[in-house]
Design a binder for this molecule. Structure first.
Ligand code: GGG
Length: 347
């Protein structure tokens, strides 16, 4: 029987609640489709940081390298560890070390879920550049604590990095409705974003079958709310993609439905799957977190592993549950009730 090794990093807060839920769905799907998932759990989190002074152990990246994929819950315990420390200590180093340069985030309404907009028929695939840009971690502070203090955050955009994410977006658009929105703020950011626009124009020549439109990020944000059905694939930098996908989550009914995949397209290292949401410490372990975003991320993991039939079946089961109203109203159904409904729809 085919077996896949999965590194499980529940992380902080509701990360554990939703990871346990998703894992039971994925194990059921694996059983039904005749393959095995061998999960190994790692305690890396803000709690681990408090105990060891590190979010990831020194050999953490090398340990993860041996797995077929990583399923992550959520990271952050701001009352105890600054968010900048937890993000730069765990999530960002994994994305970078494993060249997971494409962060794929699908936004559509599941049956039975009411979004805040009148528009119902939208289906947007946001692709966020995931290894450079505004989250490069380059910069510094001088004269700290004085009136002369200066903080500099440097955005790094490389030709290789921008080309590969745009190419990835063009390929995704080709497999969908052949429309690509390339997002910048090139009127204000005259180096990096003009560079991005130039590369978009250059690559467009290789994809004459894809309709390309360049948007400024503010206009694209408004379009996502006013006319989401007009968008297909959206490609944006790390920061812009992070922000736009919270709008995407909002229009699909909330962060409880927003899935994501951090993909290494070359398959030279494991890819990582995680819900878009954070750790929500205020509702951790109360049994009320919505596990759908993590289950959906798990389906994306199965798809990436080549188990496409099982992945499709998991999504059908999620849709069957939400079509019956399960998990569609915040706070109505408990985590285990939503999970049980999805598992039942799988069998
Ligand atoms: N589900 C992972 C998580 O905890 N995300 C919260 C977060 O702040 N993510 C930032 C990012 O995706 O760059």
């Amino acid at each position: 029987m085919k077996s896949y090794s999965i590194a499980l990093i529940p992380g902080d807060g509701i990360g554990r609640d939703v990871t346990v839920a998703a894992w039971s769905v994925l194990e059921t799907a694996a059983k039904n489709f005749g393959f095995a998932l061998a999960g190994t759990e790692f305690p890396w989190s803000c709690r681990f940081f408090k105990e060891t002074g590190r979010m990831l152990p020194e050999d953490g990246i090398e340990t993860l390298r041996g797995f077929d994929a990583i399923l992550l819950g959520a990271v952050g315990w701001p009352a105890e560890v600054p968010d900048s420390v937890s993000l730069h200590g765990l999530l960002l180093p994994i994305r970078k070390a494993f060249v997971q340069y494409a962060n794929i985030r699908p936004h559509r309404l599941l049956p039975g879920v009411k979004g805040p907009l009148r528009a119902e028929g939208f289906d947007i695939l946001c692709i966020r550049e995931n290894t450079e840009g505004e989250y490069s971690g380059a910069g510094g502070r001088v004269h700290q604590g004085t009136l002369d203090e200066v903080a500099v955050e440097t955005s790094i955009f490389t030709r290789a990095g921008v080309e590969r994410i745009l190419r990835f977006g063009f390929e995704q658009a080709r497999a969908r409705r052949r429309k690509l929105a390339s997002v910048t703020k090139s009127n204000a950011q005259k180096y990096s974003m003009v560079f991005w626009d130039e590369i978009t124009r250059k690559l467009a020549a290789d994809y004459p079958d894809v309709e390309v439109t360049s948007y400024h990020v503010d206009a694209l944000a408004a379009r996502m709310i006013m006319a989401p059905e007009s968008l297909d694939v959206v490609v944006a930098s790390n920061l812009f993609g992070d922000i736009l996908t919270d709008i995407g989550a909002a229009i699909q009914g909330g962060l409880g439905y927003a899935a994501s995949a951090n993909i290494n397209p070359d398959r030279s290292a494991p890819s990582m799957f995680e819900p878009v949401h954070g750790s929500a410490p205020d509702i951790a372990h109360l049994g009320i977190a919505n596990p759908i975003a993590t289950i959906w991320s798990g389906a994306m993991m199965l798809d990436h592993l080549g188990e496409t039939a099982a992945a499709g079946r998991v999504m059908k089961a999620v849709e069957a549950a939400t079509a019956r109203g399960i998990g569609t109203v915040p706070g109505k159904d408990r985590t285990d009730a939503i999970t049980a409904a999805v598992v039942a729809a799988l069998t």
